[in-house]
Ligand binder design. Structure first.
Ligand code: MIC
Ligand code: SF4
Length: 644
């Protein structure tokens, strides 16, 4: 039996395990990326490992999230990352160079290679046939040190694309359709592989929009074949030598097949507050719009920007709408400037932002109260925009630009002929904002600069024999890491200050949680299905760890967050019988008797509810490595113990 593309990529990097879905496989990592909001912590962890120089083929640190710099904190953290990079062999993409995923795709991604990044949208690289996976910072630090990266062997889903998109229908509508079909938890434990005749009709930036937002399915990653379209993209980036052909075997077997006829799709939107709450724009109707934001790692390519500029050309943004545009990289912005498209955007009244994440992570441009904001981004979780009662709709650049002109949600097919935009034969190549590391000799003299924003990392202890603690929080389904550890302009600058961050933990869900948990000194969190979906931020585990959370017991977990909990030494269990979730109330006294010995021996674990005098069987399937990590009190302790 032949292999799928995902299986081929894993097989060619397999270090340990066999490729049976559900079992743990270890893979060799060729490339890593970090961004600044997760990077400071990741590099502190890398330093703690004591490795002099990264052992990957390529590691790049991007500065793209924390670029508002409302105080010294971000600038200090950037200098820390810059000097760490210089010392330890990492390339440093300076602020202004663009959003990590966009720049990595343009300048560094290579078909057939593995990439892990401390950002959940790392699967963008799947657009050129990479095995690109989002991970916690600690996993990325270990990979930089030459360590293996472990995942649960995913099932393989094939999305078969036939036909061709109609004018005004975009790649964004394809991934919105996949989200509508599969939901935000439908991809957990799966690789989503795109194939079929329709693939040839999609350019690399379009493919990257789809693999990028595959993160919202909860998927391990998404991947497109590497074909002639990939070759011409890499050629236009001056990197044809990096191209190889990569296709699935003709007789590859998939666990699930989804058929999508591209010609049947219409412009769509994900309505508040979930990326899978998808309807067609005509179904939603012409709701009034206050704000439109175009950009983010999903839709900030040159192709997207040229379409937007063509739609705006010669027109004026509606008086009731604030339109902001953030081109994804310096390459994109520079090319827009050179060919006049930027002037068309400015003339129409767009507010041009720097090439960075910006409004996508609540770094500015929060909408007005109860505002309706159309965004070309990938997440519309409640409160993420910085305005608690805003309604965010996720749309294509075409829908966004059309609606910015009319002031209402607009099906762009009503505007007449769609703009004809093609990718250039050559992109403007200038890597002057990527700083190279010092040579191994010079590196010895590089001083790493640490600012006062960098605070102590929470210390973990070995797992005790038993755990006794209250249910300090009970939450429902689809809790995001934005709920657990919010971001945004006011909090994001403190990503290297866990004690300060802890004040905001679960703030939107239960403003008293942080104080209560801290006062208790320990606690157990009870959660619903798909707990921890969304970002890769390990802060969503490190902060609860700091507050004393010992275990999180849910109906199910999102992949990256579960891995981050284990890395932090927090026990992630699920209910063997989901209905038991209903029996636990906030404040119940809970016990996990003999938990240490039981997980060490792989025996069933029971949760005792002392308040209700009940007990509930729990489920877990930790690999030996994960068990050892939990026993040691997290990955750092485990690594230290193993090194000794
Ligand atoms: C996000 O889109 O939520 C982020 C901000 O990029 C996160 C990373 C972070 O929280 O720093 C992600 O997607 O992993
Ligand atoms: Fe940045 Fe938004 Fe992409 Fe996250 S999703 S990397 S915040 S642009």
């Amino acid at each position: 039996m032949g292999y799928t593309l995902g299986q081929k990529l894993i097989q060619s990097h397999l270090v340990s395990g066999d490729m049976t879905p559900g079992s743990e496989v270890g893979i060799r990592i060729d490339q890593t990326l970090t961004q600044d909001a997760t990077g400071t912590m990741a590099y502190l962890e890398f330093e703690a490992m004591g490795v002099e120089r990264v052992r990957t083929e390529l590691s790049v640190a991007y500065i793209d999230h924390n670029t508002l710099q409302t105080g010294f904190e971000n600038a200090d953290d950037h200098r820390f990352i810059q000097t760490v990079c210089k010392k330890h062999g990492i390339r440093f993409s300076r602020p202004g160079n663009g959003i990590c995923h966009q720049v990595h795709l343009e300048r560094f991604g290579i078909p057939g290679k593995t990439l892990i990044g401390s950002d959940s949208h790392t699967p963008t690289g799947g657009g050129i046939g990479m095995l690109a996976i989002g991970a916690g910072g600690l996993d990325v630090a270990v990979a930089m040190g030459g360590g293996t990266y472990y995942i649960t062997m995913p099932k393989m889903v094939r999305v078969n694309l036939t036909g061709k998109l109609n004018p005004w229908v975009a790649a964004k509508d394809i991934i919105l359709e996949v989200l509508r079909i599969m939901s935000v938890k439908g991809g957990v434990g799966k690789i989503i592989e795109y194939g079929g005749e329709g693939v040839k009709t999609l350019s690399v930036p379009e493919r990257a929009t789809i693999t990028n937002m595959g993160a919202e399915l909860g998927a391990t990653t998404s991947v497109f074949p590497s074909d002639e379209v990939t070759r011409s993209f890499l050629k236009a980036q001056g990197r044809e030598q990096d191209w190889i052909e990569l296709l699935p075997d003709a007789d590859a077997q998939y666990d699930e097949v989804i058929e999508i006829d591209l010609s049947s799709l219409a412009p769509m939107a994900a309505m508040p507050h979930s990326p899978d709450n998808v309807k067609s724009v005509t179904e939603i109707g012409q709701i009034k719009v206050d704000q439109v934001c175009i950009g983010s790692c999903t839709n900030s390519s040159l192709l997207d920007m040229l379409k937007v500029a063509a739609i705006l050309k010669g027109k004026t943004v509606h008086p009731d709408v604030s339109l902001s545009i953030a081109p994804g990289s310096k390459q994109v912005l520079n090319m827009l400037a050179q060919n006049g498209a930027l002037a068309d955007m400015i003339a129409a009244g767009a507010r041009i932002l720097e090439s960075a994440c910006g409004p996508c992570i609540g770094m500015g441009q929060s909408p007005n109260s109860k505002g309706i904001s159309l965004r070309t981004f990938n997440r519309n979780f409640e409160g993420r925009s910085g305005t608690a009662d805003a309604g965010i709709y996720l749309v294509s650049p075409e829908v966004a630009a059309a609606s910015a002109l009319t002031g209402v949600l607009t099906d762009p097919r009503t505007l007449g002929d769609a703009p004809q935009v093609t990718l250039p034969a050559e992109f403007l190549i200038n890597d002057n904002m990527v700083e190279l590391p010092a040579s191994p000799e010079e590196a010895k003299d590089v001083e790493v600069l640490r600012g006062p924003n960098i605070k102590e990392f929470p210390v973990t202890k070995a797992l005790p024999a038993s755990i006794e603690a209250k249910a300090v929080l009970k939450v429902g389904d689809n809790i995001t890491t934005d709920h657990i550890m919010p971001a945004g302009a006011k909090i994001l600058p403190y990503r290297s200050n866990i004690p300060y961050l802890s004040k905001f933990c679960f703030g939107q869900v239960d403003p008293d949680f942080s104080e209560r948990c801290k006062a208790e000194g320990k606690g157990i969190i009870i959660g619903g299905a798909n707990y921890g979906q969304g970002s890769s931020r390990e802060h969503a585990a490190l902060v609860p760890l700091y507050l004393g959370v010992k275990a999180v017991i849910t109906k199910s977990f999102a992949r990256i967050h579960q891995a981050n909990l284990i890395n932090a030494g927090i026990l992630p269990f699920t209910f063997a019988n989901e209905a038991d979730y209903d029996n636990i109330e906030l404040g119940d006294e809970l016990r996990l008797p003999d938990v240490r010995a039981l997980i060490a021996q792989g025996k069933p674990v029971t949760l005792e509810n002392m308040t209700k005098k009940e007990s509930y069987p729990l489920a877990y399937s930790f690999s030996q490595r994960q068990t050892d990590m939990l026993l040691a009190g997290g990955l750092l302790n485990y690594t230290r113990e193993n090194a000794n």
